[in-house]
Design a protein around this ligand. Structure first.
Ligand SMILES: *Cc1c(COP(=O)(O)O)cnc(C)c1O
Length: 386
C-alpha cells in the first residue's frame, strides 16, 4: 500500500535498535533492569480508582462526553490552577479537557500552522513537538538546549527572520529529558518575544508537581499579560500515577482555546466522563499521594545520583522530573554508552540522541522503577564500573 509522505518522511524511531537488542537479551534469559521509560511504577491512588469504578456504572457517564470537557472537570482544573499558581481562569472559555497532554500537543499545530510555517522546537525534546509540526506541513526549527545555558533556549540566538515566520514555540519546564527548570524571569522574556512576533507559546508543564528540595515549578500563565499568547498543557499522568488513564487539560487565552477546541471537535469525542470525574477526585481530593510520590522519587534520585558520582561520573542532581541526565564518559557517544551499559550490566537507559542532535553525548536514567530494582541496578553499575 502506498504510504503518505507524512508517514514516509517520519524520522527513524531511535529506540528501534535498542529495543531489538533488549528483545535479543531477554530471549537469552537475561534479567534486564529498565531505567529507560518514564512511566510511574506506583499505583494510581485508591480514592481515584474507586471514583472511576463508581462512575463507570452510571448510564449518564456511558454516553458521548462533551467535546471540551465536562463543566465539572473544567471547573476542577481551573480551581486547581488557581490554588497552585494563583492564576484565575474562566473554566468555560480558558480550559479544555485533553485525552492526555500528548493528544493536545499533537493536535495543537492543526489550529495554528500552515504549510511552510516555522515552529520553534527545543532540542533535545519530547519528540511529539517535532512530529506534530511535520504532520501539518510545518517546518520545525530546532533551538538547542545547551548545558552552558542551563538547558534553556538562547532566545537572542534565534534570527529575527525565524521569529517573524514562527507560529508556535514549544517549551517544557521542568524539562524532559534534561531535568532543567526555568524561572518566571525566563518566561517573562519569552512572553516579550511572543508578543513582539505574534508567536504562540505552547508550554508543556507535565512535570510541574514532580519537584524536590522545596522547589516549586511556575506556570507560564503567571506572567502578567501572557494569556493571550499562551497555551499550557497539564497532565494528570505523572502527578497522580495515571499514565494509562489518558487525561489532561490545556489552559490559555480564550481565542486560542476556542480555535484549539474547534480542531478537537472534528477529531475526537472527548474524555470518558467517568475518567473525567476520577480526574476531579484527583485534583480536588487528598493530595498526600503527590507528596508521597515526591518522597519516593527523591529517595531514588539521591541513591542513583550518589552511586553514579561514586563511580566517578557527573550526573546533574535534578530539582524536578523523573529523570537523571548525565554526560557519557569520554570515548563514547550516546548510543555507544547505552550499548555498553546493556552489554556489561543488562541495564537499559535512554540515549540522549533519541531526543535530538543536541542530546548527543548524554544518557537519561528514569526513576520510575521499584526501589529493589533500582538497588540491583546500582549494584551492577558498581561491580562493572567502580
Ligand atoms: C509524560 C510526558 C507527557 C504526558 O503525556 P500524557 O499524554 O499526559 O500522558 C507530556 N510531555 C512530556 C514531556 C512528558 O514526558
Amino acid at each position: 500500500m502506498r504510504l503518505s509522505k507524512r508517514v514516509k518522511e517520519l524520522p527513524p524511531y531511535l529506540f528501534a535498535e535498542i529495543d531489538r537488542q533488549i528483545a535479543e537479551k531477554r530471549a537469552q534469559g537475561v534479567d534486564i533492569i529498565d531505567f529507560g521509560i518514564g512511566d510511574p511504577d506506583l499505583p494510581t491512588p485508591p480514592h481515584i480508582v474507586d471514583t472511576l469504578c463508581g462512575e463507570a456504572s452510571k448510564v449518564e457517564n456511558q454516553r458521548y462526553p462533551s467535546y471540551r470537557g465536562m463543566p465539572r472537570f473544567r471547573k476542577a482544573a481551573a480551581d486547581w490552577i488557581e490554588r497552585r499558581f494563583g492564576v484565575t481562569l474562566d473554566p468555560e472559555d480558558e480550559t479544555l479537557a485533553l485525552i492526555g497532554s500528548k493528544e493536545g500537543i499533537a493536535n495543537l499545530p492543526i489550529a495554528f500552522v500552515d504549510e511552510g510555517d516555522i515552529v520553534l522546537v527545543p532540542d533535545p525534546a519530547y519528540p511529539v513537538y517535532r512530529t506534530a509540526t511535520l504532520f501539518c506541513g510545518g517546518v520545525p526549527v530546532e533551538i538547542p538546549l545547551l548545558e552552558e545555558n542551563s538547558f534553556l533556549p538562547d532566545l537572542t540566538a534565534v534570527a529575527e527572520e525565524i521569529w517573524r515566520r514562527a507560529r508556535i514555540c514549544f517549551l517544557n519546564y521542568p524539562n524532559n529529558p534534561t531535568s532543567a527548570v526555568a524561572d518566571l524571569g525566563f518566561f517573562e522574556e519569552l512572553v516579550y518575544y511572543a508578543k513582539k512576533y505574534e508567536v504562540l507559546l505552547a508550554h508543556d508543564n507535565a512535570y510541574s508537581e514532580i519537584t524536590y528540595d522545596g522547589y516549586e515549578a511556575p506556570s507560564l500563565l503567571q506572567v502578567p499579560g501572557s494569556k493571550e499568547v499562551s497555551v499550557e498543557f497539564h497532565s494528570l499522568s505523572k502527578t497522580y500515577n495515571m499514565t494509562g488513564w489518558r487525561i489532561g487539560f490545556a489552559i490559555g487565552g480564550k481565542n486560542i482555546i476556542e480555535a484549539f477546541g474547534r480542531v478537537k471537535t472534528n477529531i475526537d469525542s472527548g474524555v470518558f466522563s467517568a475518567v473525567q470525574l476520577a480526574g476531579v477526585e484527583a485534583l480536588e481530593g487528598p493530595q498526600d499521594c503527590v507528596r508521597h510520590n515526591r518522597e519516593v522519587y527523591k529517595r531514588r534520585r539521591d541513591r542513583l545520583v550518589g552511586a553514579l558520582r561514586d563511580i566517578g561520573w557527573q550526573p546533574d542532581l535534578p530539582k524536578a522530573t523523573l529523570y537523571v541526565w548525565m554526560k557519557v564518559p569520554d570515548g563514547f557517544d550516546s548510543q555507544g554508552f547505552t550499548r555498553e551499559l546493556l552489554d556489561r550490566t543488562a541495564i537499559v537507559v535512554a540515549p540522549g540522541s533519541a531526543y535530538g542532535d543536541h542530546g548527543e553525548g548524554y544518557i537519561r536514567f528514569s526513576l520510575t522503577l521499584p526501589d529493589e530494582r533500582l538497588e540491583e541496578g546500582i549494584e551492577r553499575l558498581k561491580l562493572a564500573f567502580a
